[in-house]
Design a binder for this molecule. Structure first.
Ligand code: MN
Length: 728
């Protein structure tokens, strides 16, 4: 039989529901929304041939029955407008307000997302994502109402669509309705879904129930009367009625217990609703007096509510005919909560609106997720999954990551091999930066390359998940010892300089062993490596040995005053002997070393610094580490130095190249160096956020002119956009 519904019928039903449940509603606003939806959907028909607007009207009616507020009814009326018509968010916001527009937009988002999945273990994540995407609990309730009406009219869909939608209903919508405590909606969704998913068994159960209908009703009537009579007799005000459990719950019991329907224990359920909690326990006593108790079946969900805040006393007893049945005893408030769940909140709000009602919704949410439920209640916002973000793989597998996660986290979640060969990412099919923060529902695709250089150290700061961080650290630990030592050393030495600690202390024969022992490393390289891969911070390392170094160097400084090398005799005073290609003025001969921080080469303006125990260290005049020479206390340790004419001897120097990240760049740099016949000591690159990389190249040059010529060659490489003398 095909019933073509009319607009007028549906509209009248909606008005009646609103009148019944929410008499204070602004009907003008509702009328305008109905007219708007009717106009927008005017060219569309439902599968059964009726005008499309019937659907939003029916959904609004369900929402009204749930007792939600006016905004939610408007949202329901307009819920398909953005998705299916030319209506826009702005237009709806202008005509019906921001809240209504946001609800419609929220429902639209859920409509567009694909929540079907074949993998059972994904279901919980799908449901969480559903909630997280909704933001406002009313969006979830409208969407569930939307699905309920679609299920009620499922017969007009193709068999494929029926199966797909019913599976989705079983997997997502019914459990959500349960989670939100909406038992009635959950039952209806499940029963309709079962009819399409397992029509044979659904039919069997229906036939059985139909055949036993008279007997069942007689039985239920007898039990009902017996209970009512007793309670009236003892003066407990009550509403008592019996029912057959819903089809899906019978079906599930049959499967779980591998029984036929005749063998099933309890397909009958009686409900006694009373005014107070003491009455509940009184009723329980009378039930156990009237019938025989089935041991081990009593459950007190009043003192221990279910996670979804369901409260009742449950007991199973056997009547005179030997038929077992369940009795549920609860107060009216518990009853509302059981039937409407979260939605009951609005019902209370419109009625008495007392604080206890907020209390239960708070507990409902607390029991599901430990987040700040206070905020949630005041704004009706869903932030219970704020610490997680849910995204999809291109194949539709859902991945849950910590909030703020990036494609880097995603890649390492998939596999460390994927992370280590990550070179780029697509989010929703568009190339995106790998440090983009992922949003719920994003489809993330990782671009990998066999020639990828591996993770960059910056990733450690970008990624959010411990998993990614651990895997990146592991990689550095394993793959890059040399590089780790270099990086670790540079940050360690920088920290030493920051605290004005002499680097020479590290190799001081009296100190070295003790310091290493304190740090629990065998060699400095081991410690540098640990800092390099992130196992230890430079601050921590220096902090551990700081006092020891200070203690060792202070008394010495006091004893001898500012260190100054004293020339041995008058003649030496003006001699200009050179060592290592550098002449130190006023000093006859001394050990010379070239500072690692600025790697000076002949031609650079230079300055010498008298170290403790290591002679003179030669810096470039513009090296920031020599900034202290204006400090009167330090000034004495600086000496004038200049280059001797010994340009045959090569010097190590370092250039840092700023580049736009691109494959093959490293090779280009290497080629330039080879062509220029430069001896490269070290060459490596690292990626920075925002598509940039820095290449560091350490090589030998004879003088500044040669250095500049090489620098120009490097700058002519495509995508090399700047250069800097190294500050290791
Ligand atoms: Mn719809």
């Amino acid at each position: 039989m095909k019933i073509v519904e009319t607009f007028e019928n549906r509209y009248a039903l909606l008005c009646a529901a609103i009148q019944k449940y929410m008499p204070d509603t602004d009907m003008d606003r509702i009328d305008r929304a109905v007219a708007y939806a009717k106009e927008k959907h005017k060219d569309q028909k439902r599968k059964d041939g009726s005008p499309y607007v019937i659907h939003p009207l029916a959904v609004a009616e369900i929402v009204a029955e749930l007792g939600l507020d006016e905004e939610a009814i408007l949202g329901a009326l307009l819920h398909d407008c953005i998705e299916d018509t030319d209506a826009s968010f702005d237009e709806i916001a202008k005509l019906f307000g921001q809240t209504c527009a946001e609800l419609v937009e929220g429902v639209t988002k859920l409509t567009r997302a694909n929540f079907s999945s074949n993998e059972q273990e994904q279901m919980e994540n799908l449901r969480k994502m559903f909630m997280a995407m909704s933001k406002d609990i009313r969006v979830v309730l409208i969407k569930i109402s939307d699905r309920l009406h679609n299920m009620r009219t499922m017969q007009y869909q193709t068999p494929e669509k029926q199966l797909l939608k019913c599976r989705e209903t079983m997997d997502i919508y019914a459990p959500l309705a349960y989670r939100l405590g909406m038992q009635r909606v959950k039952w209806e969704l499940e029963d309709i879904a079962l009819r399409y998913i397992d029509p044979t068994n659904y039919e069997k159960i229906m036939v059985y129930l139909q055949a036993h209908k008279e007997k069942d009703e007689a039985f239920m009537h007898a039990v009902q009367e017996k209970i009512r009579d007793r309670l009236t007799e003892v003066g407990i005000h009550n509403s008592t009625y019996g029912r057959i459990k819903h089809v899906y719950s019978i079906y599930r019991k049959m499967n779980a217990q591998d029984k036929t329907i005749d063998e099933l224990y309890d397909i009958y359920a009686f409900r006694v609703v009373v005014d107070s909690i003491p009455d509940c326990y009184n009723v329980l006593g009378h039930i156990h007096d009237l019938f025989n108790l089935v041991p081990g079946r009593f459950k007190d969900y009043i003192s221990t509510p279910k996670p979804n805040m369901y409260q009742s006393l449950h007991t199973t007893v056997i009547g005179e005919q030997g038929i077992p049945f369940e009795v549920q005893i609860r107060t009216w408030e518990m009853h509302e909560t059981a039937e409407y769940g979260v939605a009951a909140h609005w019902k209370y709000k419109q009625g008495s609106g007392n604080a206890r009602d907020f209390e239960w919704i708070r507990r409902l949410l607390e029991s599901q997720q430990d987040t700040d439920a206070e905020d949630y209640v005041s704004s009706f916002k869903i932030d219970m999954f704020d610490d997680e973000v849910f995204v999809f793989t291109p194949k539709g597998k859902i991945v849950s990551l910590p909030a703020g996660s990036t494609p880097i986290d995603f890649a390492y979640f998939i596999h460390s091999g994927v992370g280590n060969s990550l070179v780029g990412a697509k989010i929703n099919n568009r190339i995106s930066n790998i440090d983009t923060k992922l949003k719920n529902g994003d489809i993330v695709e990782i671009i990998t390359s066999k020639t990828a250089k591996g993770p960059s150290r910056d990733w450690l700061n970008i990624c959010q998940s411990n998993q990614a961080r651990t895997k990146i650290k592991q990689w550095f630990k394993k793959e890059k010892r040399e590089e780790n030592i270099l990086h670790g050393r540079s940050s360690f030495e920088a920290e030493m300089r920051r605290l004005m600690l002499p680097l020479s202390a590290l190799t001081d024969p009296e100190l070295e062993a003790g310091l290493l022992k304190k740090l629990a490393f065998d060699t400095w390289d081991d410690m540098y490596a640990a800092i390099g891969y992130g196992g230890l911070t430079a601050t921590k390392a220096v902090g551990r040995i700081r006092d020891d170094i200070n203690r060792a160097s202070k008394p010495q400084a006091e004893k001898t005053g500012p260190l100054r090398l004293t020339p041995e005799n008058e003649s030496a005073k003006h001699s200009r002997h050179s060592a290592g290609g550098v002449i130190v003025e006023d000093i006859d001969s001394c050990m010379i070393k070239f500072a690692k921080c600025c790697t000076p080469v002949p031609g650079d303006a230079i300055i010498g610094f008298i170290t403790r125990g290591f002679g003179v260290s030669v810096h470039r005049a513009d090296c920031p580490n020599t900034a202290g020479r204006d400090d009167p206390e330090m000034a004495a340790r600086y000496v004038r130095v200049r280059w001797a004419n010994m340009e045959e001897q090569p010097f190590d120097t370092t250039l840092e190249l700023d580049c736009i990240t691109r494959d093959g760049l490293l090779l280009d740099v290497a080629t330039v160096m080879t062509t220029a016949r430069v001896r490269v000591k070290e060459l490596f690159g690292k990626d920075l956020p925002g598509g940039h990389s820095v290449f560091t190249v350490r090589f030998e040059v004879r003088n500044v002119a040669e250095l500049e010529s090489i620098r120009n060659k490097l700058l002519s490489i495509r995508d090399v956009i700047g250069s800097r003398r190294g500050q290791n």
